[in-house]
Design a protein around this ligand. Sequence first.
Ligand code: NAD
Length: 335
Amino acid sequence: MRILVTGAAGFIGSHLSTRLLERGDEVLGYDNVNDYYDPTLKEARLARLQAHEGFRFVRAALEDREAMDAAFRDFKPDRVVNLAAQAGVRYSLENPQAYIDSNVVGFVNILEACRHHAVEHLVYASSSSVYGANVKLPFSVEDNVDHPVSLYAATKKSNELMAHTYSHLFGLPTTGLRFFTVYGPWGRPDMALFLFTRNILAGKPIDVFNHGHHRRDFTYIDDIVEGIVRTLDHVPRADPDYDFAHATPAASAAPYRLYNIGSNRPIELMRYIELIEENLGRKAERRLLPLQPGDVPESHADVQALQSDVGYAPETPVEEGIRRFVAWYRDYYGA
Ligand code: NAD
């Protein structure tokens, strides 16, 4: 298949692209390689992708309608995975505009391009952050998520709403995946595992928010990639009698799906830190800080729907996942 992957220079996008290329798909990566974090890491991920014959790349922003139209026209993707976005909860307090540009304007452009180029299936990244301060655990896609506690979460929720309208009005098959704290080799420098590893090795203190009382459903990258690929292959079908123009949303049988994708095995942040320490053979100096605005104290994914619809079964224990991350980090940075 021909698959357009936005955010291909990013953490999840580069792993997904590798996996698709290895199974014989042609991949067009689309990414503006922005400097939200160290672009040399993104360039290094891209260099690895460029070693594959079936990989092509367009360096452009989601907001650039012309570049996007040209990419869709030239490549003619069968399916699209939209992973490009302004990620990060805390940064959305500092730079809200970046979230509107990439996650709202950019996302509408993707929907429009998929619609006009008759794409068979759009899979896009949502986030566990949409659950906000929900206290009912585990989090289920049936839960009410109308009270996002960060602009990042609000933009991700808006993606789900907009995807529904495109599925409903135009019959565009869409599937949203709410990712739960993804980690692993080639991971993001703004996320806890990377920051903790870097600081512990440098003998610097680590900032432990919520006084270490966070619990997170940390999910290993290979499990996420497996889930995305299975989802991509499972195209939602509309009810043949569905009247796109006139059905009311309450009666929606549009080709629209939404799933959680997590490990379903949440652990305490303190345990996560201990595992990093064990792998590094060094102790962290912990600086205990309060819960940060926009942060959620706990996450736990109910993944039953993805399990029964596509056979998703996350299998990497966090002990193994952290071991692989630390091995990669030491090798990549010579640390
Ligand atoms: P990432 O930042 O490593 O990757 C995103 C990529 O998109 C980057 O390479 C960036 O250059 C590119 N990009 C950003 N804005 C763009 C724009 N306007 N136009 C073109 N390219 C743009 O992040 P990631 O961790 O790989 O996350 C991928 C997706 O998954 C994002 O949508 C993110 O919000 C979502 N997500 C990630 C996690 C996680 O734990 N990593 C959790 C929940 C949701």
